[in-house]
Design a protein. Structure first.
Length: 445
């Protein structure tokens, strides 16, 4: 009976509140699960899978719900909501930890700060590790550690037949661990616990440069030139701030060094003084000691506020800005409200060694484009604005990341063909009845 109190049926008391609660964006899709199950532990997850099997329903899963499109909301499914499963444990001597999927990455790193350890969590404060790790994990200090899912050495998974199994690289469930490292919403199970490697805590030293709109392409070009070879992390946001520039969007370049000493950081960050348009910068703040939580709250979270409506998309690319620059300029000039372009130098010419993982297809440069607005009457206009510009960028894209995907409206490549085919083979093995939903927008599903 205790478990049943956590099951809300379509049409029942509290259903619409629970349904909307699972979505980050104020633009909640008109999709209605048959039941929403709020789980507290693995036993609840097993019971939820049993409900789906008994009633012949598909399953979708939500950990933090931070994806703008709320792709866990599907018609007629059992939605497993894991936001209450947010416990963790740390083994300092072994440099490992375990964490449940509803744990916010920012909360994990606050706990690790107390024991002088680090894990490459996501850049937004509210992102929970479940969806973040499942889709790969483009996070802090990515040049050193690569995708965060590569730091996952085991997972506990509830399979489509309701069995709780433990998957490692060298046991009979190794395929499940491989798939959990990057399958995203196409994963055919429910991860209830992640086992992760921890790393030494380093200083976070950041240099901030704000440029006017007429420097946009030049700043992008400089980032593309230095980004693949520097061990520092570049995170850029292009957005409107009429107090700084009335003619177009400003470009904020954050360059962060993760080092043992401030002197080491200063040496690495000197490269940003070679920016050919540095003399046009509106703001320059060099070599400031910061924390990941402070950088997230002041530099990232303000662009992903509650009670706003969102539509997003992205590209991996190695294309020249001679081709893409005019498109990015057009996007910038036509952005409204809190809309923005983000960039990170995720790819490296000397990439970190990777464990076996489904995550693949990434490239040297990553751009994400977000439409952000408040008025529901603008929904179709903003959606059309985003899609029209993404179509222009498609010829120069080598794929997308599942972190900011728009697959429901623009189905495109997000991993290697070989890995995609292997995922389908494993899905047929572990979920022959198609109990778990796949990525939104996949043709034929």
């Amino acid at each position: 009976m205790a478990f049943q109190r956590n099951v809300v049926r379509k049409g029942g008391a509290g259903y619409e509140h629970n349904r909307r609660f699972t979505a980050f964006s104020d633009r909640v899709p008109s999709k209605y699960p048959e039941a929403i199950v709020t789980c507290r532990d693995e036993n609840d997850v097993v019971a939820a899978v049993k409900i789906a099997n008994d009633e012949g329903l598909q399953i979708s899963v939500r950990s933090g719900g931070h994806h703008w499109n709320a792709n866990h909301l599907r018609d007629g499914v059992v939605l497993i909501d894991m936001h209450n499963m947010s416990d963790y444990g740390v083994d300092v001597e072994a440099n490992t930890a375990w964490a449940q999927p509803g744990l916010r990455g920012s909360d994990l790193n606050k706990a690790l700060l107390e024991v002088d350890r680090f894990f490459p969590t996501g850049h937004c404060t509210d992102v929970c590790i479940g969806g973040y790790l499942l889709q790969g994990g483009v996070g802090w200090d990515n040049h050193r550690y690569g995708p965060a899912c590569g730091s996952v050495f085991a997972v506990d998974v509830v399979t489509a037949d309701g069995q709780l199994v433990h998957a490692t690289d060298d046991n009979e469930y190794a395929d499940l661990l491989w798939a959990a490292r990057g399958a995203g919403a196409g994963f055919f199970g429910v991860v209830t616990k992640y086992y992760i490697n921890l790393y030494p805590r380093r200083l976070a030293i950041n240099s901030l440069y704000l440029f006017p709109s007429d420097c946009q392409v030049d700043v992008y070009r400089f980032a593309q030139q230095v980004g693949p070879d520097t061990p520092t992390e570049i995170n850029m946001l292009t957005f409107w701030n009429t107090e700084l520039d009335k003619n177009g969007p400003v470009v904020a370049m954050n360059a962060m060094a993760h080092t043992d000493t401030e002197e080491q950081a200063a040496e690495l960050l000197k490269i940003y003084d070679d920016n050919p348009v540095l003399d046009k910068a509106l703001v320059v703040k060099r070599n400031e000691l910061t924390s990941l939580s402070e950088t997230s709250s002041t530099g990232v979270d303000v662009h992903y506020m509650e009670q706003h409506r969102y539509a997003g998309d992205c590209i991996w690319t190695n294309a020249s800005l001679d081709d893409t620059g005019p498109i990015f300029q057009e996007i910038g000039k036509t952005m409204t409200g809190q809309s923005h372009i983000m960039y990170t130098n995720f790819g490296s010419n000397t990439p970190a060694e990777r464990v076996p993982m489904a995550f693949s297809g990434d490239d040297l440069q990553y751009y994400g484009i977000y439409a952000v607005w408040e008025d529901p009457a603008q929904d179709e206009d903003r959606r059309a604005w985003l899609l029209s510009h993404m179509k222009k960028l498609e010829p120069f894209s080598t794929g997308i990341a599942l972190a900011d995907e728009n697959l429901e409206n623009r189905w495109t490549k997000f991993m290697s063909d070989e890995n995609f085919a292997r995922l389908d083979e494993l899905r047929a093995k572990y979920d022959p009845n198609g109990r778990f939903v796949q990525w939104l927008g996949r043709p034929g599903t």
